[in-house]
Design a protein around this ligand. Structure first.
Ligand SMILES: [Fe+2]
Length: 464
């Protein structure tokens, strides 16, 4: 019996095409089934299915779609179930379907025309396991969650430690060269508890705390982004506010941890947050932005982090072809219509957040809306005057550029963050007009000489 990543249940060839295209792009193992009944019959042959996409697009009554959802839930209680519903149905209908056990409800038009499917499936399937550093496990301690090893050849996860096992030195040594183990995402809370058991002020503990907070921010941001993209929770403003609050708290804690470690830039760069080159990068960009804001005394670092986290939420509204080009770092290859769409993403981001009534300040709104404006008015979407662009927005764009250059893409080597920073400082000097002169004068020394300035600015004690 084998496990599969994705099961697509539909008899519509266009539906199947859309879902399997996404599966191929992300390398998911998938199977298609023409109906729930066939899935019921053949689905038993699989040990597990991580995600199911169920086509309810032809059903015009919400109670029928809800019934089908219930059947799918009974068959695959542990799976993440995405229901694609008829676009004529109303948000109330979406809520009924959601209440029947769907993990996410998507309108048919969104399924075809937006990038929500890419985001959700990549997060649910590819991020079902989260990496933790080998050095964050302590010999002689017991783990109450399983640990996995990612096999390099077939990219499968192999369970190497069961819950209740005592971590031994020789076990850690065996995997020393790999450097990382994986946990199931649902065990993150157990990992947090495990890690809290070894808090101390030594350098290893500070780094461990920093990585932990990164994971927590990443997880809470994904939940927030999924909530924003879920039609059925449109009226749940209280939930949005709560998730926003959690993100804010983890952002603050992460920044606090980053200001206590010796090489925060390296820590951010080596953190294993989403590496699909799209919205998944937001937590890394937010971390760079919070750090740079704090070092350069530009804006309120906490607000800058939130602005950076939310600036690209509008990516989810973009068409599949536009978002594919963003992911592949081929923005220059977009045709006119795609460029137009891409240039509106800051507006989409702001509108999405406003429609959820997220409780953020006017300053954060400006950061989101201006995150691609340039001092030479060649930016987008509004090409506003240089003196109207807030410095925090320029800072977020700078960190986005930094992350874009430093992130690890599939099949590429990890780059040295300091080399990337020097490059960025060089490019950025040669492209006068992109940023305001005052902003450049302020940022250049920080980008070029991080370590000394960091220590002076943050009053940090060097850790050996
Ligand atoms: Fe953006």
């Amino acid at each position: 019996m084998k496990s599969i990543d994705l099961a697509v249940v539909s008899s519509d060839s266009r539906f199947l095409q859309r879902a399997t295209d996404v599966a191929r792009v992300f390398g998911f193992e998938y199977e298609t089934f023409e109906s729930v009944d066939v899935f019921f019959e053949k689905g038993e042959a699989f040990k597990g299915v991580t995600c199911i996409i169920l086509d309810c697009g032809k059903i015009e009554k919400s109670n029928e779609a809800a019934g089908m959802t219930q059947v799918a839930c009974q068959m695959a209680a542990d799976s993440y179930i995405i229901i694609v519903m008829n676009s004529k149905l109303r948000p109330e209908d979406a809520r009924i379907i959601k209440a029947s056990g769907a993990s996410l409800v998507m309108m048919e038009n969104e399924f075809y025309a937006s990038s929500k499917l890419e985001f959700v499936t990549s997060q649910v399937i590819r991020s079902a396991y989260i990496p933790v550093k080998n050095v964050d496990l302590v010999p002689g301690t017991e783990v109450d969650f399983p640990l996995f090893h990612l096999m390099p050849v077939n990219k499968k996860f192999l369970k190497v430690a069961k819950p209740g096992v005592i971590i031994r030195e020789d076990f850690l040594q065996k995997y020393q060269d790999v450097g990382e183990f994986y946990l199931r995402r649902q065990d993150l809370a157990k990992w947090v508890e495990y890690s809290h058991g070894f808090e101390a002020d030594d350098s290893q503990s500070l780094l461990r705390k920093c990585r932990l907070r990164f994971l927590q921010l990443n997880q809470s941001f994904l939940e927030l982004a999924l909530m924003i993209s879920d039609q059925s929770s449109a009226a749940s403003f209280a939930l949005g506010k709560e998730m926003y609050g959690t993100c804010e708290a983890f952002a603050t804690e992460l920044l606090d941890s980053l200001t206590h470690v010796q090489n925060p830039w390296v820590v951010i760069n080596s953190s294993a947050v989403g590496d699909f080159g799209s919205l998944e990068r937001a937590p890394a960009i937010a971390a760079y932005a919070g750090l740079l804001s704090s070092l350069s005394k530009t804006g309120d670092p906490k607000e800058v982090m939130i602005g950076a986290l939310l600036a690209d939420v509008g990516y989810l509204e973009l068409s599949p072809s536009t978002s594919a080009k963003i992911r592949e770092n081929r923005v220059q290859d977009m045709h006119d219509e795609e460029k137009m769409e891409y240039s509106k993403h800051p507006i989409y981001s702001l509108n999405q957040c406003l429609s959820r009534k997220l409780p953020f300040s006017e300053a954060i709104k400006s950061m989101i809306l201006q995150s691609h404006e340039r001092a030479d008015q060649k930016g987008f979407p509004n090409k506003i005057n240089s003196d109207k662009i807030v410095e925090e927005a320029m800072l977020i764009r700078l960190c986005w550029e930094l992350d874009n250059a430093a992130q690890i893409r599939l099949g590429e080597e990890r780059r040295d963050i300091n080399a990337v920073k020097n490059e960025i400082a060089g490019d950025y000097l040669s492209s006068m007009g992109s940023y305001s002169v005052g902003f450049m004068i302020k940022m250049q020394p920080i980008i070029l000489k991080p370590d000394e300035l960091e220590e002076k600015t943050l009053g940090k004690v060097r850790i050996h």
